[in-house]
Design a binder for this molecule. Structure first.
Ligand code: SF4
Ligand code: SF4
Length: 388
C-alpha cells in the first residue's frame, strides 16, 4: 500500500481509503476491515448516518467494533455529519445538524460509538450549495463553531468538508475558511471539472479525498473504445483504469471506495500499491483519446453549470454524463441504465424543447439539444433490444 500526505497536516493516509457506507452488517464490516488493515489501509471515512438502524446498530458502530484493539496511532479516522441547514435535525443520525449544541452532541455520540478519544478529521458532510455554507459556517451558533471548539480541546485534529458543489464554490469556501485542511470531492475520468479544486488544494496545502471513483458504479466492465484507442489498456477492466487515473493525479490524497467484498478490496488495494498507477504519457494519451472518441465534439466535464436551469426540469448534467458513457465510452453498464429510462418522465430526453438555456450555461458549448435527440433515440433502441 502506498501512503500520501494529506496536504500540510503531516498525516499520511493510505492511497486507498475505506468508504464505510456499503457494509452489509457488523460481521461483514469486521471481515473487510481486518483484510484492509492487513493490506496496509489506514484511512476510514466514517458517517453517522451510514446504514443507521439504531443508535448501536449502524456502520459507525460496526467500524468502531472492527477497529477495537488496533493501536490508535495506526489509524486515520475521519467522521462526519450533515449540517446543511435543511430539514428536521436528527442528531442521533447526524442529519440536519443546525446549531453548535447539536453539533457537539453529534460529535460526542460519534466518538463514543467508534470508541476513540479523538478524530483525525471531522468533515461537514455534503456541503454542496452556498445556502449550506451560510447555514453551517457563517454567523454565531453554527456547527462550525462547535467543531472549532472541539479542535481546540483536541477532540478533532483537522476540519474539512465533503461536497458535490461546483468547483468555483468549493474553492471559495476553502479560501474563506482556512481551518478546512481537507476536502472530499466527486471525481472520476468522466467528470473532470473538479481538477480545479485539486489544483487549488494542492497549492494551498489542503488534502483531497475522492469519492465516487466509479461514478456510482457505472465505470465498470470492458470498453472496446479504450481498447481501440489505447491498445496498452486493452483487457484492463474499466474500474481499474478509473482507479489508476485518479491515483495518478497529483494532489489526490486518498481514493475512497465503499467495499464489502474481499475480492473487490484486494483488486483495489493491488492498484493502490502500484508506484506507477498511470504514467503521465499514458494519462495524456488517455485524455487525448477522448477527443478522438467524440469525433472532435466537446465532452461534458460534469461541471454542473447546467444544474437546475432546464425549464422542463430535466437533470441535464446527469443525463449528459450518462449518455456519453454510452455513446463515447461504450460502457455496457451505462447502456443498461439508459434502457431503463424508457417511459420515465424524470429524465425523458424527448421533453427537450431545444430552448438553449442549458447551452448558454455550458462552458463546453455542448450541443445539448442535439445530444438529447440522440439520447432519446438510443433509449428507444436499447429498450426495444432489451425487450426482444
Ligand atoms: S435545451 Fe432542452 S435540455 Fe436544455 S434547457 Fe432547454 S429544454 Fe432543457
Ligand atoms: S452539460 Fe455542460 S454545463 Fe452541464 S455538466 Fe456537462 S459540461 Fe457542465
Amino acid at each position: 500500500m502506498l501512503y500520501r500526505k494529506v496536504g500540510d497536516t503531516g498525516i499520511d493516509v493510505s492511497a486507498l481509503g475505506f468508504g464505510t457506507m456499503r457494509f452489509k452488517g457488523a460481521e461483514n464490516a469486521a471481515e473487510i476491515i481486518a483484510r484492509g488493515l492487513q493490506l496496509g489501509m489506514n484511512y476510514f471515512d466514517i458517517g453517522t448516518a451510514y446504514s443507521f438502524n439504531t443508535s448501536d446498530d449502524n456502520a459507525e458502530a460496526w467500524t468502531g467494533a472492527a477497529l477495537r484493539g488496533v493501536p490508535r496511532e495506526r489509524l486515520v479516522l475521519s467522521a462526519k455529519a450533515q449540517c446543511r441547514g435543511e430539514g428536521e435535525p436528527k442528531v442521533e443520525r447526524g442529519l440536519g445538524i443546525a446549531t453548535r449544541d447539536q453539533m457537539w452532541q453529534c460529535l460526542e455520540n460519534s466518538l463514543k460509538r467508534v470508541g476513540v478519544d479523538w478524530f483525525d478529521f471531522y468533515q461537514l458532510w455534503d456541503m454542496s450549495a452556498p445556502a449550506h455554507f451560510a447555514a453551517t459556517c457563517e454567523g454565531a451558533d453554527t456547527p462550525l463553531q462547535a467543531l472549532r471548539e472541539a479542535k481546540e480541546q483536541g477532540l478533532i485534529k483537522h476540519l474539512g468538508f465533503t461536497t458535490h458543489a461546483k468547483s468555483a464554490e468549493t474553492v471559495e469556501w476553502l479560501r474563506r475558511v482556512p481551518d478546512f485542511r481537507t476536502v472530499t470531492i466527486y471525481y472520476n475520468f468522466a467528470d473532470l471539472a473538479c481538477e480545479e479544486v485539486i489544483d487549488y488544494a494542492q497549492a494551498n496545502g489542503i488534502g483531497v479525498n475522492i469519492m465516487g471513483p466509479l461514478r456510482g458504479g457505472l465505470l465498470v466492465g470492458e470498453s472496446a473504445a479504450f481498447a481501440r484507442h489505447l491498445p496498452e489498456l486493452a483487457g484492463v477492466p474499466v474500474q481499474e483504469i478509473a482507479l489508476r487515473f485518479l491515483l495518478s493525479y497529483p494532489g489526490v490524497s486518498s481514493v475512497l471506495s465503499g467495499m464489502n467484498e474481499i475480492a473487490h478490496l484486494e483488486q483495489n488495494a493491488a492498484v493502490a500499491a502500484d508506484e506507477q498507477t498511470m504514467t503521465s504519457a499514458q494519462r495524456h494519451a488517455f485524455l487525448a483519446a477522448f477527443t478522438e472518441l467524440t469525433g472532435g465534439e466537446p465532452l461534458c466535464t460534469g461541471c454542473k453549470y447546467c444544474q437546475g436551469v432546464c425549464p422542463e426540469g430535466l437533470p441535464v448534467f446527469w443525463m449528459m454524463g450518462l449518455f456519453q458513457l454510452h455513446e463515447v465510452f461504450h460502457l455496457a453498464s451505462a447502456s443498461q441504465q439508459l434502457a431503463g429510462l424508457h417511459g420515465k418522465a424524470r429524465a425523458d430526453a424527448g421533453k427537450c424543447t431545444a430552448c438553449q438555456t442549458c447551452v448558454e450555461a455550458c462552458p463546453q458549448d455542448l450541443p445539448i439539444p442535439e445530444r438529447m435527440k440522440r439520447m432519446k433515440q438510443a433509449v428507444e433502441e436499447l429498450h426495444a433490444a432489451a425487450e426482444e
